[in-house]
Design a protein around this ligand. Structure first.
Ligand code: PGA
Length: 256
């Protein structure tokens, strides 16, 4: 089965949640619960929690990610953080192009591409988010739109660099709403993303790519979603803020 060709990764996306003390508490609670995972385990945390997360996860199977990165190396970009600043701390992953950044902070397919390139060039592993709005789905353009987002995000990315990139399919209407895409809907678009990657590179590259689903994934629906051939893990928002819930999803991926 092709699923064995790639690693399932469960990544938490904490968004703008948890102060330092709360982060410490959550990570400490999570550590023993996910220690036996045979999937990748990542927590993407606010910039202010990166140092705490790096310290507390040292020597464990939990990897740390940021939630955004700027595409320039340095300079007059007040408020921004560069890829080198993250790698220097030991940060391994970074979420790029989350729909909340596209919706509220002017992120475009072009800047997603710039950030993705800067991240891989610095040695970070981007988790690139794509997904349609409810209106797009109702207008029947999900497939075209997601394929376009994938093509633009990966523009000028080499096949070698692609090995360090994860794509997360996150239908915007399912994020934080409690409305999950059905496992079949999610698998259909994840499959389409894989076909798009195959059309840009080749089948081998596409088969090796980790493609996650994100959007109200929780301990109840995780097993069904993660059991699908084309879904290799999840990007978890709300449920990643509770250690037992996150651990239950990691366990579902371990079995998946
Ligand atoms: P959710 O968020 O799990 O709370 O829906 C997912 C995400 O935004 O990555």
């Amino acid at each position: 089965m092709n699923k064995t060709l790639r690693q399932a990764i469960i990544a938490g996306n904490w968004k703008m949640n948890k102060n330092r003390a709360e982060a410490k508490e959550l990570i400490e609670a999570m550590k023993p619960l996910v220690a036996d995972a045979n999937c990748g385990v990542v927590i993407c945390v606010p910039f202010t929690n990166l140092e705490t997360a790096m310290e507390l996860t040292e020597g464990t199977n939990i990897k740390v990610g940021a939630e955004n990165v700027h595409f320039e190396k340095s300079g007059a970009f007040t408020g921004e953080i560069s890829a080198d600043m993250l790698t220097e701390m030991g940060v391994e992953y970074v979420v790029i192009g989350h729909s909340e950044r596209r919706q509220y902070f002017g992120e475009t397919d072009h800047t997603v591409n710039l950030r993705t390139k800067a991240a891989v060039e610095a040695g970070l592993k981007p988790i690139v988010c794509v997904g349609e709005m409810l209106e797009d789905r109702e207008n029947g353009i999900t497939a075209e739109l997601v394929a376009m987002q994938v093509k633009l995000a990966l523009k000028d990315i080499t096949k070698e660099q692609l090995k360090n990139i994860v794509i997360a399919y996150e239908p915007v209407w399912a994020i934080g709403t409690g409305k999950t895409a059905t496992a079949d809907q999610a698998a259909e678009v994840c499959g389409l993303i894989r076909e798009t990657v195959a059309s840009i590179y080749d089948k081998e590259a596409a088969d090796a790519m980790t493609i996650q689903y994100g959007g109200s994934m929780n301990p109840k629906n995780a097993a069904e979603l993660l059991g699908k051939e084309d879904i290799d893990g999840g990007l978890i928002g709300g449920a990643s803020l509770k250690a037992p819930d996150f651990a239950a999803i990691v366990e579902a991926a371990t079995k998946g």
